[in-house]
Design a protein around this ligand. Structure first.
Ligand code: IPD
Ligand code: CA
Ligand code: CA
Ligand code: CA
Length: 267
């Protein structure tokens, strides 16, 4: 196994244990509001600290980008770890057992290893570049849906930017007539991992951050999926506006909505 994947898995399991302990003892959870409908808890921070400690022990020089503590430049700026200690904090706070630890490592701009770990279901999604994607050690593949007809798509509402609701809902309505159904699960990292494992056919969301996307993206690509922005380009890491799925679903989704996304949400 890729040595960095080994470290990522170890860190994710440790963080997952922190999250489980807090989840099982909800009165221990302290909630801070970071912005509109945007929260962090003491468990997010404790899990993140443990991940960083585990990575630093193995790779003291690597650069770290983590949701709750930001950028920590190391001597090696070419190797970056991108960390979301709990993706799905709202679920976590509400005692809904659907959240994940997300860890990716990038070397010279290319993601090399990725882990998305749901500690509540003990599901570990992993990938190493060029080596395929796995769920608990078993190879996974995207679904073979041919087009949107009958497909199940994960999506999210613009809950942090409600000024975009009208234009967003107009596109949703159009897509809803074309697909089978939507899911709003509350964890973008798990949405990408579920698309990778064929549980969902596709996924789209606006305004994500790099730590929501980095690990799930590699897992999905290694499972045969594609990731783009709404214009079919690759600005999604910057804009956070993302479309993902098997190649045919992404094509149908882009063609079906190409003239509908407002300019500012397109890429
Ligand atoms: C959030 C989750 C959620 C998505 C949000 C993210 P967080 O991450 O991925 O599914 O809709 O946009 O911010 O804040 O729980 O780590
Ligand atoms: Ca957050
Ligand atoms: Ca997140
Ligand atoms: Ca988070």
């Amino acid at each position: 196994m890729h040595p960095m994947l080994n470290i990522a898995i170890r860190a994710a399991r440790k963080a997952g244990n922190v999250a489980i302990k807090a989840y099982e003892n909800p009165s221990s959870i302290e909630i801070d509001t970071k912005g509109a409908n945007d929260f962090a808890t003491n468990a997010d921070r404790a899990a993140e600290a443990l991940i960083i400690e585990t990575i630093k022990k193995a790779y003291p020089d690597h650069t770290i980008i983590a949701e709750e503590s930001g950028l920590a430049k190391g001597n090696d700026a070419e190797t970056q770890w991108i960390i979301d200690p709990i993706d799905g904090t709202t679920n976590f706070i509400k005692n809904i057992p659907h959240f994940a630890v997300s860890i990716a490592a990038r070397v010279k701009g290319k993601t090399e290893v990725a882990v998305v770990y749901n500690p509540m279901s003990n599901e570990l999604f992993t990938a190493a570049r060029g080596k395929g994607a796995q769920l608990n050690g078993y190879r996974i593949r995207v679904s073979n849906a041919k087009d949107l007809d009958g497909s199940v798509l994960a999506m999210a509402f613009p809950f942090k930017a409600k000024q975009h609701s009208d234009s967003y809902f107009a596109v949703l309505q159009k897509l809803f007539t074309k697909c089978g159904d939507f899911r709003r699960t509350g964890s973008a990292a798990l949405d990408l991992a579920y698309v990778a494992s064929g549980r969902l056919d596709g996924f789209f969301e606006i305004g994500l951050k790099p730590w929501d996307i980095a690990a799930g993206e590699l897992i999905l690509r290694e499972a045969g999926g594609v990731v783009t922005d709404f214009a079919g380009g690759n600005n999604y890491m910057v804009s956070g506006n993302i479309v993902a799925g098997n190649p045919r679903i992404v094509k149908d989704l882009l063609v079906s909505t190409q003239n509908d996304w407002p300019e500012n949400l397109r890429n």
